[in-house]
Design a protein around this ligand. Structure first.
Ligand SMILES: [Zn+2]
Length: 362
């Protein structure tokens, strides 16, 4: 299963909207009557992209010997529905697989267990869930979309040691070093969408695209701009890919090359964030969304309870009291503080990366 999880990770940047899935087929040597113990791998694979073979099919096709009687390790319950490919459960039955070990059930409550039942009814020995935490960690966005109809939202921030993220004039670029910026590229590459605010576009003029040679899929970039103030000459439009501008105006007359306007519902005069995330799920099947914005927008997502993960890059610098805080939140008492659980802290070049999640118990 550990090998299957490793394989699944190879689809980190390319499978969406589908989940990342890995599969390993093994033969039990002791059952084969050979003078060997343990299992040997006879086929393996991972799901690469939507429309292509699922991991189970890739592994079956890659098998170097007949798979009848073999064991299949797969990180996610084999599908039972006829999608663009599959169903994989049927393929495993036809191949004569004897045992299926799975990492986690299908997170979609409407189909969960159907693939496993199909296998059991065909007389296959079904074992699992095995290494479920790791299996779930592969697909936080797919799981959240299937269970809650919302994407997994990750706020990426850069700050100084004194917790400041932008100077008083709004400038925030290059707080952290090259290693941290390279790390952010990987977070972008695994995201379906990158959300920013018009203030960030005006002050930092970022591209917000993925600049990794091995990555083909670019995340959808979205500017939250309720009053349509985005300058048409902004760098973000220069890559040639479509950028969505989410606004709340009733009539919109601006036309920007490569921009698509989304008229959204308003909440307190700003784009309704929950409605926007639901629209991203409905229209683009977004699994993971990353917020790369200033304190106001980050604070608004956090205050709305829409944030699943916070990734803070901390530079060993002091930016002083006039600089802006990480989240623009109005908190006045100790009792009102927002608690976080830190999941990981590590050095990235000269900076530190802190990964945390809101403590929903508090
Ligand atoms: Zn499948």
């Amino acid at each position: 299963m550990a090998r299957a999880l490793q394989l699944a990770e190879q689809g980190l940047y390319s499978t969406s909207p589908n989940p990342r899935v890995g599969c390993v087929i093994t033969r039990d040597n002791s059952l084969a009557g050979e003078n060997l113990t343990g299992e040997s791998v006879i086929g393996e694979g991972f799901h690469r992209a939507a429309g292509e073979d699922h991991a189970e099919i890739v592994a079956l096709k890659a098998a170097v010997e007949p798979v009848a009687g073999a064991t299949v390790y797969v990180t996610l319950e084999p599908c039972a529905h006829k999608g663009r490919t599959g169903p994989c459960a049927e393929a495993l039955i036809h191949a004569g697989i004897q045992r299926v070990v799975y990492g986690m059930e299908d997170p979609n409550p409407l189909v969960a267990g159907k693939g496993l039942n199909m296998l059991r009814e065909a007389g296959i020995d079904v074992v699992g869930p095995i290494m479920e935490d790791s299996a779930r960690a592969l697909n936080p966005g797919f799981i959240k979309r299937m269970t809650q109809g919302l994407p997994f939202v990750r706020c990426k921030l850069a700050m100084s040691l004194d917790g400041r993220t932008a100077m008083a004039d709004g400038k925030s670029q290059w707080i952290t070093g090259p290693a941290a910026r390279a790390d952010v590229q990987q977070l972008r590459a695994r995201s379906c969408a990158i959300v920013t605010g018009v203030e960030t576009v005006i002050h930092d003029n970022p591209l917000l695209n993925v600049r990794l040679p091995q990555v083909e899929r670019q995340p959808q970039r979205i500017i939250l701009d309720s009053k349509l103030r985005t300058p048409a000459q902004s760098e973000i439009f220069s890559t040639g890919e479509k950028v969505i501008i989410a606004h709340t105006q009733t009539s919109s007359s601006i036309a920007i090359a490569n921009a698509e306007l989304w008229q959204c519902g308003a909440q307190n005069g700003r784009v309704d964030l929950r409605a926007l995330l639901k629209k991203l799920v409905a229209e683009q099947q977004s699994n993971e969304v990353m917020i790369e914005a200033g304190a106001v927008l980050n604070g608004a997502f956090l205050a709305a309870g829409l944030v699943d993960e916070i990734v803070v890059y901390m530079a060993a610098k002091l930016m002083g009291r006039e600089a802006r805080p990480l989240f623009d939140l109005s908190i006045h008492t100790m009792a009102a503080q927002l608690a976080l659980n830190i999941k990981d802290v590590r050095a990235v070049g000269d900076d530190w990366r802190i990964t945390a999640e809101p403590d929903i118990e508090s």
